[in-house]
Ligand binder design. Structure first.
Ligand SMILES: O=P(O)(O)OC[C@H]1O[C@@H](O)[C@H](O)[C@@H]1O
Length: 141
């Protein structure tokens, strides 16, 4: 189950991500926002992050205009490792190295096609399990 969260700035791109997840048959839960009226990203970033940290969802994807605000929020929740990505190499490496459990993207920074490529890479790349990376992830916790 993938937790989704966005503010108004990330709403449209979140709909594209929802379309991708539906096409792939990947279960998701959208923690809002549910429209394009101005709202506050901490509310929705926190809700998605708590679902990941609490085990209700395995992974999370959060989106705001820059991706920065909502990634800061997600990373305040203990147990969350949220990676702000604007390229597929980072999306792959943050899964392999950091075992990132949340992805943040900036809807004002990257386009739809790149964003969906990042989502695909993030969701399909496993943690490497290498001892040095596991040690560092444990140290973060
Ligand atoms: O759209 P407004 O309200 O101007 O600003 C909200 C944005 O502020 C940034 O941290 C986030 O990217 C968020 O989307």
């Amino acid at each position: 189950m993938v937790a989704l969260g966005s503010d108004h700035g990330g709403y449209d791109l979140k709909q594209e991500v929802i379309g991708y997840l539906k096409e792939k048959g990947i279960a998701f839960k959208d923690f809002g926002c549910m429209g394009k009226e101005s709202c506050d990203y901490p509310e929705y970033g926190r809700a998605a992050a708590e679902a990941v940290a609490g085990g209700e969802c395995d992974m999370g994807i959060v989106i705001c205009t820059t991706g920065i605000g909502i990634s800061i929020v997600a990373n305040k929740v203990k147990g969350v490792r949220c990676a702000l990505c604007a390229d597929t190499v980072s999306a792959r490496l943050t899964r392999e190295h950091n075992d990132a459990n949340m992805l943040a993207m900036g809807a004002g920074i990257i386009g739809k096609n790149l964003a969906l490529g990042i989502v695909e890479t993030f969701l399909n790349t496993p943690f490497s399990g290498e001892e040095k990376h596991a040690r560092r992830v444990k140290a973060i916790e």
